[in-house]
Design a protein. Structure first.
Ligand code: GAP
Length: 486
C-alpha cells in the first residue's frame, strides 16, 4: 500500500487533505489525474446501470435530508460501532477490530496486549455526522449528513412510480458523497469519513427477490472483471447471520485481495421491504406498487448493489500497479484498462526542433477534441514514456523524422525494430485502424471518431507509428499501445 500512496502523491492522483495545516486524519483530496480516473470509474458504473440496460433510472438526491429519514431507516438508533478507549495512551479503538488495531505502545502491539493497556468497557458510538440547519442551534434544527445514498432513493420511490411509469422489476441508481464518523480509519482511501458511493436500489416483486439477488451478484462481479481486475483477486463472501445489517435478510460482499488482505469492495444486499415499510410508517404515505389493470398491490422488495467509488478506484489501482526493469532502471507501470486511464493518449515530439513540436501540438489539439490527451515535450523521450506509464496512459503518439534513430519503448527492442523498418507514409487502411483504435468507444470511453482533419494530418505527416499488439508497422508515426495485462 505504501507504494500506491507514494505514487498517488508523486503523480498528483491523491493528496492528504489540509496538508499545510498538518493534515486531517483520513481525509484526502483528489488531484488532476485522480479526478480524471475517478470520473472514468463512475462513468463506467453509470454506463453499466443506464446505458447497457433499460430498467434503471438515475437520481441525484440531497445530502442533507429530513431528520426523520434516519429515524425511519434505523440509523439514528442503530448505526453504531462498539468503541473502547485506552486510559493509558488515550487512543480509541473499535472493540470488534482490536486485533487489527495498533496500540500506542512501542514496540507496537494490539490494544489490550501490554501490561500498561487500560481499556474501558465497550460502548456504542453513533457514526452519523450531525450539523444544524439555519443560523441558530435550537430544537428541531439538528440534521445529519447522509451515511448512505440509498435512503434518498427510497424517499423518491413514489416520485419515480409516478413519473417513471416503471413497474417492478426496475431500479433507481445514484452516485454521491456519504459521510460516516468512522472510529478506525486508515489504509489510505479504503476507509475514510467522507467518501463516494455508487448505489442502486432494484425494486422487485417479493417472489422474485432471490432470483434478482443472484442476478446482481453475477453482474457486479463481471463489472470488475471486465474493467481489468484479475478474477483470482476477487471473491464473493456471504455474510453470516450475525453480521447482517438490521435491514438485510441476505448480503454478499464482493471482496478484493487488497494489500491489507481480502476486504469488502462492494456489498450486495437483499433489503426485503424494510425501507419502504419503515418510510411508509413514519411518513404516513403509501409506498407500494399498484397494478392499474389488475388492481394488484404490493410493497416491492429491494436488491441493492452498493459500491464505493474510492474503494473501487483503489482496487483498480492496486491491481494495475506493476514494476519492471528496463536496462537496469526500475520503473512503475499502471496497467489500467484504457477506459479507466486518466489520460488516453500522450503526444510527444521526439526532439524540440525540425517542426516536430508544431506538428505534435497540432495532433494533440485534434485528439483533445475527442479524448483526454496530453502533450509533453520536456526531457528525454524514455523519461516521458515512463511518466505516462506511471499514470497508466495506454497510447502515445511520437512525432519524429522518418528514418531517425530508435525510440526506447515500454517493451525492450520494439523501438529498434521500428527504426530498422524505416518510415513510409501511412496507408489508408493503417490510418483507419489507428484512428479507430484511438477513438472507438471500446478503447476510449466517450470518444467519437477522429475528424477528417486529424486523419489527413496523420496520413501525410512525417511522424512514426507503433501499434500495441500487432507487429511493428513501418510507418511515419509511432503509436505506443497499452502494456499487456499480466
Ligand atoms: N447502502 C448500503 C451501504 O451503505 P455499506 O457496505 O456500508 O452498505 C457500501 O457501504 C460500500 O460503500 C462499501 O462496500 C464500500 O465500498 C463503501 N464504503 C463504506 N464505508 C466506507 C468508508 N468509510 N470509506 C470508503 N468507502 C466506504
Amino acid at each position: 500500500m505504501d507504494k500506491i500512496v507514494s505514487l498517488c502523491k508523486r503523480r498528483g492522483f491523491i493528496f492528504p487533505s489540509s496538508e499545510i495545516y498538518g493534515g486531517l486524519g483520513s481525509s484526502y483530496d483528489y488531484g488532476h489525474y485522480g479526478v480524471l480516473f475517478k470520473n472514468h470509474v463512475k462513468a463506467q458504473w453509470w454506463r453499466s446501470m443506464l446505458q447497457e440496460r433499460d430498467d434503471i433510472l438515475a437520481l441525484d438526491s440531497a445530502i442533507i435530508q429530513h431528520p426523520q429519514t434516519w429515524v425511519a431507516s434505523g440509523h439514528l438508533a442503530g448505526f453504531t460501532d462498539p468503541l473502547v478507549d485506552c486510559r493509558t495512551c488515550k487512543l480509541r479503538f473499535r472493540a470488534d477490530k482490536l486485533d487489527e488495531a495498533q496500540c500506542g505502545r512501542k514496540p507496537s502491539k494490539h490494544p489490550g496486549e501490554t501490561p500498561d493497556c487500560d481499556l474501558t468497557d465497550a460502548r456504542d458510538f453513533n457514526l452519523l455526522f450531525e450539523t444544524t440547519v439555519g443560523p441558530v442551534k435550537e430544537e428541531g434544527s439538528t440534521v445529519y449528513l447522509r451515511p448512505e445514498t440509498a435512503q434518498g432513493i427510497f424517499l423518491n420511490f413514489r416520485n419515480y412510480m409516478q413519473f417513471g411509469r416503471k413497474k417492478p422489476p426496475f431500479g433507481i441508481a445514484q452516485i454521491g458523497k456519504s459521510f460516516r464518523n468512522e472510529i478506525t480509519t486508515g489504509n489510505f482511501i479504503f476507509r475514510t469519513r467522507e467518501f463516494e458511493q455508487m448505489e442502486m436500489e432494484f425494486f422487485v416483486p417479493p417472489d422474485q427477490a432471490q432470483m434478482w439477488f443472484e442476478h446482481w451478484l453475477e453482474q457486479r462481479m463481471n463489472w470488475y472483471v471486465n474493467l481489468g481486475i484479475r478474477p483470482d483477486h476477487l471473491q464473493l463472501r456471504a455474510h453470516d447471520p450475525d453480521e447482517l445489517s438490521h435491514y438485510s435478510s441476505a448480503t454478499s460482499d464482493v471482496e478484493y485481495r487488497f494489500p491489507i488482505g481480502w476486504s469488502e469492495l462492494e456489498g450486495i444486499a437483499n433489503r426485503g421491504d424494510f425501507d419502504l415499510q419503515a418510510h411508509a410508517q413514519h411518513s404516513g404515505q403509501k409506498l407500494e406498487y399498484v397494478d392499474s389493470a389488475s388492481g394488484e398491490r404490493y410493497v416491492p422488495h429491494v436488491i441493492e448493489p452498493a459500491a464505493g467509488a474510492d474503494r473501487a478506484l483503489l482496487a483498480f489501482m492496486v491491481d494495475a500497479y506493476d514494476e519492471d526493469e528496463i536496462e537496469g532502471e526500475r520503473r512503475t507501470v499502471l496497467r489500467l484498462h484504457p477506459v479507466l486511464a486518466p489520460v488516453k493518449v500522450a503526444v510527444l515530439p521526439l526532439v524540440r526542433k525540425d517542426g516536430q513540436p508544431e506538428l505534435a501540438a497540432e495532433i494533440y489539439r485534434e485528439l483533445s477534441e475527442q479524448v483526454q490527451a496530453e502533450y509533453d515535450e520536456g526531457g528525454a523521450i524514455g523519461r516521458r514514456y515512463r511518466r505516462q506509464d506511471e499514470i497508466g496512459t495506454p497510447w502515445a503518439v511520437t512525432v519524429r523524422q522518418p528514418g531517425a534513430g530508435a525510440i526506447p519503448d515500454r517493451r525492450a527492442g520494439r523501438g529498434d525494430r521500428a527504426a530498422a523498418a524505416g518510415a513510409v507514409a501511412l496507408t489508408e487502411a493503417q490510418r483507419r485502424r489507428v484512428t479507430s483504435m484511438l477513438t472507438t468507444s471500446d478503447t476510449v470511453a466517450g470518444a467519437g471518431r477522429c475528424s477528417a482533419r486529424t486523419s489527413t494530418l496523420w496520413a501525410g505527416s512525417s511522424v512514426m507509428l507503433h501499434e500495441p499488439s500487432a507487429p511493428v508497422v513501418p510507418l511515419a508515426m509511432v503509436l505506443r499501445g497499452p502494456p499487456e495485462r499480466r
